[in-house]
Design a binder for this molecule. Structure first.
Ligand code: ZN
Length: 360
């Protein structure tokens, strides 16, 4: 590696002798990351794209990592080894001189593989928890996808995630897989209380540090709870249906246009996370498809029976309405789910949406 010589020179100098406190392998990985970042930046400079066209500011230049943010180290796979409950890390020279050669760390819940280990990352989060990520060079496992199609209308609601329509019946996904309402509400309340307490504490005090940690832990717990739930429903959807139709919503526009309580609900609904999970899970499935409707497709505003728009706009507070053209009574969310489902049926012939194994 080209950075090895520079690291050796720096370690020999008195001003940068502190580099000896860390293992050489970890420094090499950081240096190779820095080289990659500068190579990418100079590639932008060569093609004159290093200035942002709108703001006129410099873009793509590597920035310093703050010591108050997440800390991480990365080691190449051949310098370390992983078993079910332990990982071995390369040690710095100073420890080796003191006849300490182990560098073994105990872990919990680590999933290993027989495939060769490419790299190992250890991360310290703001919640003061350590995480290990192992990257193995293995073949992708093919998931088995289900049969039939489903339309999914994502909802900006506190405890309702999406309305489903599978060609015969419509339902709420939370009726099939209950949303952890109580736990989410209690964690959100804890975050509000802790944040309020933190705002009144003086900067730099020990009590503020403790409250900050408690706040980070509450945020971490809430994130884990929601991510687990979304993994649960997206895995279920991919296993049950082979064609899933959703809207590709433009969340940024929705947040800026909507009034404040609604924009907060939209942000908390994590539409992007659900879409992202569905995308990669369908990509891993054997013959599944994801159909993304246009962001401006008026799924709520169209009648699912006659396909016409009512003369008056269906605002957020209207939960059910009767079509003035065909006199059919609709529930707002079920109607949108049916429209999204129907769009896929048309799209396969008219090519209105991309129906390839995944949306690129
Ligand atoms: Zn109608």
């Amino acid at each position: 590696m080209c950075c090895t010589y520079i690291i050796s020179c720096l370690r020999a100098q008195e001003a940068t002798a502190w580099l000896c406190e860390c293992s050489r392998d970890i420094l090499q990985y950081s240096a190779s990351d820095l080289i990659r970042a500068y190579t990418n930046f100079y590639r932008l400079v060569k093609t004159n794209r290093h200035i942002h066209p709108v703001t006129g500011k410099l873009q793509g230049l590597p920035s310093y990592k703050s010591k108050y943010q997440e800390q991480s180290i990365c080691v190449q796979g051949h310098n370390t080894s992983v078993t079910d409950s332990r990982i071995r890390l390369p040690l710095p020279r100073a420890l080796k001189e003191q006849n300490i050669h182990t560098g073994i760390l105990k872990t919990r819940g680590l999933r290993t593989s027989k495939d060769p280990l490419t790299s190992l990352t250890i991360r310290l989060t703001k919640a003061n928890l350590y995480f290990t990520t192992c990257l193995f060079n293995s073949q992708r496992e093919i998931r088995v996808s289900g049969t039939g199609s489903v339309g999914l209308d994502l909802m900006a609601h506190k405890s309702e995630v999406a309305a489903l329509y599978d060609g015969s019946m419509s339902s709420l996904i939370t009726d099939i897989h209950p949303f952890p309402k109580k736990q989410v509400a209690s964690l959100e309340q804890r975050i509000v209380n802790t944040q309020r307490k933190l705002s009144k504490q003086s900067k730099g005090s020990n009590r503020r540090k403790k409250t900050k940690l408690r706040l980070a832990r509450a945020h971490y717990k809430l994130r884990c709870l929601l991510t687990n739930y979304y993994h649960h429903i997206t895995t279920w959807l991919v296993a049950k249906y082979d064609t899933i139709c959703i809207e590709s919503l433009n969340v940024r526009n929705m947040v800026s246009d909507a009034i404040r309580p609604i924009s907060r609900l939209v942000q908390n609904s994590r539409f992007g996370m659900i879409r992202e999970m569905l995308e990669y899970k369908i990509l891993d499935s054997n013959y599944g498809k994801l159909v993304l409707a246009d962001p401006y497709y008026p799924s709520t505003q169209l009648c699912s029976s006659c396909g016409k728009k009512p003369t008056t706009k269906i605002t957020l507070n209207i939960r059910s309405w009767t079509c003035e053209h065909c006199s059919v009574k609709h529930s707002r969310d079920d109607n949108a789910a049916i429209n999204i489902y129907n769009l896929h049926q048309q799209a396969s012939e008219a090519k209105l949406t991309k129906c390839s194994p995944y949306y690129a």
